[in-house]
Design a protein around this ligand. Structure first.
Ligand code: SF4
Ligand code: SF4
Ligand code: SF4
Ligand code: FES
Length: 982
């Protein structure tokens, strides 16, 4: 442990601690502008100069060494700090009082004050560039840019989109997008990292401009006039009094700007941030403390909140009258729901009614929905959309290691020295997780292998990219496991100590030779051998997978094969190892965890286990049904079969996200009674008898559980729009109308009840989740959680994992002479799923206005297609009309269609085939015929989409290039007289 004397006081440093961190941690102070703990030393600003053993050094770039004598305030250090900051001010017009960034957290303002700067020695010099307003979400003002390079570091090495750089050699350096493009036509993906870390107002969210300050909404001419006034008084009064005025204005803002922590409503990464609001206007999203994301977000979490104040929000219940919907009061709607459900239950029994929970809703809401189904109506017919994506992965993990969740944390993915990604377009579907992998790969030598049909971003970055034939992953995974075992490359010590079932498993691998794998999967044998050896050589491997694996008829078996491979190679139980089925929706993990499943009560406790049932029966004071209910696939079949008469569905666009959408729509049309609860009149609402207006995530409290099993609280950012109710309250209202007497006043009471009945959540409560605190289940009664599972044992009674043999069946719905093309489908970065939420953000619509189908260059040439050509895709189940995008992201006769459409959803084409273990639809096994239509339209991807950009990868901000400028010298070479008020 190194000890250093900071201004005469001896302090103990942590291992490898930077001097600046020690200074900040121990309460001393030194100015610092470019340093940001989550970016590390950028070294561009020179304001953190301190004297160490008589020499000037940058505190941000110096590790503490034993015996250091540090002075932060010596004459030499102080003069250097002031000189460095004076250079910064020459790049920035200080007009705080009329600046939207004057919110108490502006680094430039605060450093001016800290250094007591009164007048600049070097006058402000305008840069010869226009403000760039071409991105829909943020703008860059070169005149305000202090060239600290934080944004470049964030874009190059945290987000790793590699768009930003600074032209240090130019007489007038500035931040560049793609080396000199406008922002709007660059590769910028609008993730917002750069804006988040900018220490001043050079990069600002457009939603802040003209809204944050009391005087900032003035017309541009008036604003310029005021800036001139501010600058005009500066020579006489100095900055001190100007800062005092601006601080008074900033303090006034405190009273009208609210900053509320929430959890992102989109994907399963679990990003958390403060949302700044003024009345109902969302000023900005500010990520900083998130345990999963730190400063990171993607475009959806940072800017995709247009749905909140969208004019077409549902604000009143609707009741069907013939072909029309009429507005109704809550009392009318709720009593109609209760009376219809009661009548149907009496007539046809409780199992004639089914419930679909929402994986967009909170854990507490999911819990209440299944409680309503089981305890009030008396049926286990309850499910959620994990059936559409993640159930097979959960099954694979249940079979082999015991818990149905990611075995570690995002930090483990960063630590791994090998990451294998299978069937996951991580950079678009789980963008913030992708940043961690991209960064470890770029900066820390992590190896990356990707197996996918498409050459997406992660595939292009990979050290090795495999492109197996569609639906054949199980085969090559089993072949690798066999190869490891046959060639003495398996982790025998680990297998001996921790794994059961090796003999039977080895026998099951008999057909899986590398030769057979090469033939079936279409991957060269040498490539597969190389993969096997890289796995064997890796000290710690994580495997990430998603819907490219699970949405197949062998989704469960392939997930099992992945876990088997992790066991054979000894990649569980240690940091940097494990299984990571990346969860799609923000709370798809939590919806299942909290019992919205036909066979499981909360905490994966079986409905057929009498002890479990009896605990819930005592807690809920009812008799519970004891047989497994219908899953959502079976529900559709049961409606067609006349057995299921009514359904209550919350926040699911099931009519187009379920596979074989035409068949699902036909089923909904047959229901006797259908209740849909949503925030918009979705396509599914068209089939409803009653529509209930719920509330989006920003308008309620509760918890979400992310892909890394992380439970996090969301707070009410805004009150529910008038007429809407938080979904937990609506479910309670329905339950009480049906005769229950639930009295929950707040979701925390629901969580207390969950903890009391569910060992997995025994120690979860709102106090332990306050603010940015989080817990990763299982959580013991004393609050101990498990960021990394299986560190001591696997979750089976004997503590050992199980190798689970799986055999090869092969995909369904294969191409033939008539349906000759394979159609793949999935997410896009910009839109979430079908886009019900994201199309309501104008900037996202601007970037991706419509859906499309990706066609390979070779197929395009063969069929005479160009980007913009309209085609009709016809499958065995339906058809859609869509424009083509010609791209080498897809190969040969494989097409890809994103899910982002309500009008032409890809699921009109997909089948009703399912994985027999979980009934998850085989979305990714679809063959189509493509009719090329005569009409050629605009390219559905507008030029301003980031996919047309040309990134400029470099090693961060490359400050060494600044240091080589002829006009650069480190500050502090000679004492410079700068007037301060000290
Ligand atoms: S991708 Fe765009 S928004 Fe994200 S950090 Fe880079 S420049 Fe900024
Ligand atoms: S735009 Fe970039 S370089 Fe300029 S001040 Fe902001 S973070 Fe620093
Ligand atoms: S969509 Fe996912 S990656 Fe993007 S901000 Fe939200 S949680 Fe994070
Ligand atoms: S904070 Fe150390 S150089 Fe900027």
């Amino acid at each position: 442990m190194a000890k250093a004397a900071i201004d005469g006081i001896v302090q103990e440093a942590r291992p490898d601690e930077l001097l600046i961190d020690l200074i900040n941690r121990t309460g001393a102070s030194v100015p610092h502008v470019c340093y940001h703990p989550q970016l590390g030393p950028v070294q561009t600003c020179d304001t953190c100069m301190v004297e160490v053993n008589g020499r000037l050094v940058r505190a941000c770039a110096t590790e503490v060494a034993d015996g250091m004598k540090v002075s932060t305030k010596s004459a030499k250090a102080s003069a250097a700090q002031v000189e460095a900051f004076d250079r910064i001010l020459s790049n920035h017009l200080l007009y705080c009082t009329v600046c939207d960034n004057n919110n108490g957290n502006c680094t430039v303002h605060n450093t001016t004050k800290m250094l007591a700067i009164e007048h600049q020695r070097i006058p402000f010099r305008s840069k010869p560039y226009e403000v760039d307003n071409t991105n829909p979400f943020y703008r860059y003002d070169p005149d305000q840019c202090i060239l600290c390079g934080r944004c470049v570091e964030a874009c190059q090495n945290v987000e790793v989109n590699e768009t930003l750089s600074i032209n240090w050699e130019d007489p007038n350096p500035r931040v560049l997008w793609d080396g000199g493009s406008t922002i709007g036509e660059s590769s910028c993906v609008s993730c917002g990292h750069c804006v988040t870390v900018c220490p001043c107002n050079a990069l600002m969210e457009k939603s802040m401009l003209g809204h944050a300050g009391f005087l900032t909404s003035l017309k541009k001419s008036a604003l310029s006039g005021m800036i001139d006034v501010v600058k005009g008084v500066e020579p006489e009064t100095g900055y001190g009094s100007i800062l005092q005025v601006s601080e008074a204005e900033s303090a006034m803002r405190e009273h009208r700007i609210r900053k509320t922590k929430t959890v992102c409503t989109y994907c399963g990464v679990g990003c958390t941030f403060d949302v700044w609001t003024k009345d109902r206007h969302i000023l900005k999203v500010a990520p900083e403390h998130g345990p999963a994301n730190g400063i990171s977000t993607c475009v959806k979490g940072k800017f995709g909140w247009g749905h909140i104040n969208s004019e077409d929000r549902l604000t009143t219940p609707l009741i069907r009258e013939g072909d029309k919907f009429c507005q109704a009061s809550w009392d009318e709607a709720l009593s109609l729901v209760a009376s219809k459900l009661s009548v149907l239950k009496t007539k046809n029994g409780p199992d004639s009614i089914a419930f679909i929970s929402s994986s967009k809703c909170t854990n507490e809401e999911s819990y209440l929905m299944q409680k309503l189904a089981r305890a009030v109506v008396g049926t286990n017919n309850v499910d959620n959309c994990s059936r559409y994506c993640q159930s097979p992965a959960t099954q694979g993990l249940f079979r082999t290691v015991g818990y149905g969740g990611d075995s570690g944390s995002i930090s483990d993915m960063e630590k791994a020295d090998l990451v294998l990604i299978i069937g996951s377009n991580t950079a678009e579907s789980h963008p913030v997780i992708a940043t961690r992998v991209k960064s470890a790969h770029k900066l820390d030598g992590q190896k990356l292998i990707v197996s996918d049909l498409r050459e997406h971003e992660m595939a292009r970055r990979a050290d090795l990219f495999l492109h197996p034939k569609p639906g054949t992953d199980l085969f090559w995974l089993n072949a690798i496991s066999r190869y490891l075992l046959d060639n003495g490359l398996a982790h025998t010590k680990f297998l001996d100590q921790w794994v059961n079932g090796l003999d039977e498993y080895r026998k099951s691998l008999e057909p899986f030779t590398m030769q057979a794998a090469s033939r079936i999967c279409g991957v060269p044998e040498e490539t597969l051998n190389t993969v096997a050896h890289i796995i064997a050589d890796a000290k710690a491997m994580c495997i990430l997978w998603a819907m490219g694996v699970t949405q197949h008829t062998q989704g469960s078996d392939t997930s099992t094969a992945i876990s088997n491979l992790l066991l054979v190679s000894g990649n569980y139980m240690r940091p940097g190892t494990g299984a990571y089925p990346l969860r799609g929706h923000n709370n798809v993990q939590g919806a299942s965890d909290h019992g919205s499943m036909p066979n499981m009560l909360p905490g994966y406790q079986s409905v057929t286990d009498p002890d479990v049932r009896s605990r819930f029966e005592t807690g809920w004071k009812v008799k519970l049904p004891s047989t497994k209910g219908l899953d959502n696939h079976q529900m559709v079949e049961a409606i067609h079969g006349g057995k299921l008469k009514a359904m209550y569905l919350i926040g699911e666009e099931m009519s187009i996200v379920d596979s074989n959408a035409n068949y699902v729509g036909d089923a909904f049309a047959k229901l006797d009674f259908f209740v849909v609860q949503d925030i918009f009149f979705s396509n599914t609402c068209r089939y409803a008898d009653v529509v209930l207006p719920g509330a989006p995530s920003l308008e309620k409290e509760g918890t979400f559980t992310s892909t890394e099993r992380r439970i996090q609280r969301l707070y009410e950012v805004l009150p529910p729009l008038e007429g809407c109710r938080p979904d937990w309250k609506i479910v309670q209202d329905v339950a009480n109308q049906l005769g229950a007497s639930w009295q929950y006043q707040h979701p925390s009471e629901v969580m207390d009840e969950i903890a009391s009945l569910t060992p997995m959540f025994a120690g979860v409560n709102y106090e332990r989740l306050a603010g940015y605190k989080s817990l990763q289940w299982p959580v013991a009664a004393d609050g101990t959680d498990e960021p990394l599972l299986y560190t001591k044992r696997f979750a089976f009674p004997d503590g050992k994992a199980r190798l689970f043999p799986v055999s090869w069946i092969g995909p369904t719905d294969q191409p033939d002479a008539q349906f000759d093309l394979h159609l793949n489908n999935g997410r896009l970065l910009e839109h979430f799923h079908e886009g019900n939420l994201t199309y309501r953000t104008e900037g996202i619509r601007e970037k991706i206005p419509d859906t499309f189908v990706e066609v390979s260059p070779e197929l395009a040439e063969e069929r005479g297609i160009q980007s913009g050509t309209w085609v009709q895709l016809v499958s065995r189940y339906g058809q859609v009309r869509v424009r083509a995008v010609v791209t080498d992201r897809v190969h040969g006769r494989e097409l890809y269609m994103p899910m982002n459409s309500v009008e032409s959803p890809v699921n009109r084409l997909t089948s009703s085939h399912t994985d027999p273990v979980t009934n998850t639809p085989a979305y990714k096994e679809t063959s189509v015929h493509m009719n090329v239509l005569a009409e050629v339209g605009e390219n559905p991807l507008p030029r301003k989409n980031s996919r047309f950009g040309h990134p400029t990868p470099q090693n961060g901000v490359e400050v060494e290039r600044k240091w080589k400028r002829p006009d650069y010298a480190p500050p502090g070479n000679g004492l410079v007289q700068i007037q301060t008020n000290k």
